[in-house]
Design a binder for this molecule. Structure first.
Ligand code: ZN
Length: 124
C-alpha cells in the first residue's frame, strides 16, 4: 500500500501504516468523530484470527483455553489496540501530521478500512 508522504514522520511509521492487518505491529488511520492513529499489535496471522474469532454454535469463543500447571486459566490477548498521540519510533506529534493533510488521512483511513475488514475497531 502506498502511503502519502505527508502522513508519516519516519520509515517506521511509513512501514507500520503499510503493513497494518498483518501479524506484528501496524498503525491504522481511523476517521470517525475524531481522526486518530492506532497501534495494533497482533500475535497471530489474519487467517488464524478469522478461524478462532467466530463464535461456535453455542456462542462461545473458539480460542483455546490456556491453563497453568494447576489447571487455572491463563488469560492471553489476541490483539491489542492503543491510540497514538506520538510516533512510537521518533516522537513526532501525530496530530500535526493528521491536521496537516486531513484529506490524505481520510483517504488512507478508507483504504485501510476496506483492506482490513477484520480490524476490531470497525466491528464495534
Ligand atoms: Zn516517526
Amino acid at each position: 500500500m502506498t502511503i502519502d508522504s505527508s502522513l508519516y514522520c519516519c520509515v517506521w511509521l511509513k512501514n507500520a501504516l503499510a503493513e497494518v492487518g498483518d501479524k506484528g505491529f501496524g498503525v491504522m488511520a481511523v476517521s470517525g468523530e475524531r481522526r486518530l492513529f492506532y497501534l495494533e499489535a497482533k500475535p497471530f496471522d489474519s487467517a488464524i484470527d478469522r478461524k478462532y474469532s467466530t463464535r461456535d454454535a453455542s456462542g462461545r469463543s473458539r480460542w483455546p483455553l490456556l491453563t497453568d500447571d494447576e489447571g487455572l486459566e491463563v488469560p492471553y490477548t489476541t490483539s491489542m489496540i492503543i491510540p497514538l498521540k506520538h510516533c512510537p519510533a521518533c516522537g513526532m506529534q501525530l496530530k500535526d501530521l493528521i491536521e496537516g493533510n486531513p484529506d490524505a488521512f481520510d483517504a488512507l483511513a478508507e483504504r485501510q478500512r476496506i483492506a482490513n475488514p477484520d480490524f476490531s475497531l470497525f466491528q464495534m
